[in-house]
Design a protein around this ligand. Structure first.
Ligand SMILES: [Zn+2]
Length: 320
């Protein structure tokens, strides 16, 4: 790290203390979303110092900042998404996304046009470790940093999963907005209305000490406890293209129900506004019970018209 600062100082003629100060300011400005090293790269770039010598420097995901070019990076493939063809202004194109990670975080590698063939040609699949050469880094329209392939870039399969530690603290949102009709296993965001509620019971019980599952009044860790009541709402969400059963737990269920102290299930269900539109993020998988796809929500909010407009604009740009 100090070496990096020295390098920037030497190449730019700016004093070490001043570079350090700028790095700190850059980190503060980005509210701690970036490592010190990452901030140093930006500051270096601002001072006209190119710290990334072509093909020399291997970066980690946490250090990626928009604007970097010719990055070499080693990644593990978590998921290969389907190739999507599109047509815009009479021109055809295709795009293919890979969800990738290393020990410092997760991101997307987005391939366009002929580069999408690299996946089939090299038979890239989940769990493959790849080395990407001459990658580019840009911010996508949702403000997330993602990788692309630069001119002359390549992807090389170098092995199988090394079991990178899953990093929860990446600050990345990997929920892609989809139409419910196109939904499949994975993490997605949908925008739809609650059209039906399953009225079984709006409560489930957990251990008050560890929030864990209970067998009656018995917690496997804490012994006999007084069960704590939590809210659960299971509902059908419809976005006009399809429907999906969605489960909301705790605060998320609270958000759907609104403020209430009621213990009466009917009263609680009665507070849910059918037809109310929400943006919901969550994990989608096939229910063991029904065999149908089901979403477990991990985020829910009212529809923000401003954000929605930005999303639509950005979608138009991505298919450019
Ligand atoms: Zn417990």
């Amino acid at each position: 790290m100090d070496e990096l600062i020295q390098k920037i100082s030497k190449a730019s003629g700016v004093k070490v203390e001043e570079v350090e100060k700028r790095v700190q300011e850059k980190q503060d400005e980005l509210s701690g979303l970036i490592s010190k090293e990452g901030a140093a790269y930006i500051v270096g770039r601002e001072l006209g110092v190119n710290l990334i010598k072509e093909g020399k420097r291997e970066l980690k995901i946490k250090n990626l900042v928009a604007g970097l070019n010719a990055v070499d990076i080693k990644l593990e493939i978590l998921k290969v998404f389907e190739k999507r063809d599109y047509e815009k202004n009479g021109k055809r194109g295709s795009v293919l996304n890979l969800l990738v990670e290393d020990e410092t975080g997760k991101t997307r590698l987005v391939l366009w046009g002929q580069d999408t063939d690299l996946v089939a040609d090299s038979q890239l699949t989940e769990g493959d470790v790849i080395k990407v050469n001459r990658a580019t880094v840009k911010k996508n329209n949702f403000g997330e940093v993602e990788l692309g392939l630069g001119k002359g870039g390549s992807i090389e399969k170098v092995g199988r999963s090394e079991g990178f530690k899953k990093s929860a603290k990446t600050g990345l949102d990997l929920h892609t907005r989809v139409d419910i009709a196109d939904i499949r296993d994975g993490y997605f965001e949908i925008r739809g209305c609650i059209v039906q509620v399953f009225k079984r019971t709006p409560f489930f019980f957990v251990c008050p000490k560890c929030d864990g599952k209970l067998d009656g009044k018995i917690c496997g860790k804490d012994g006999e406890v007084e069960p704590k009541k939590q809210l659960i709402i299971s509902a059908v969400v419809d976005d006009g293209t399809g429907t999906i059963r969605t489960v909301f737990f705790r605060e998320l269920a609270q958000k759907i129900v609104g403020k209430t102290d009621s213990e009466n299930p009917e009263e609680i269900y009665g507070k849910i506004k059918l037809g109310q539109e929400y943006v919901i993020k969550g994990k989608v998988k096939k229910s063991n019970f029904s065999g149908e796809l089901e979403m477990v929500a991990n985020f829910v909010d009212d529809v923000d018209p401003k954000k929605e407009a930005e999303k639509i604009l950005s979608e138009l740009e991505t298919t450019n």
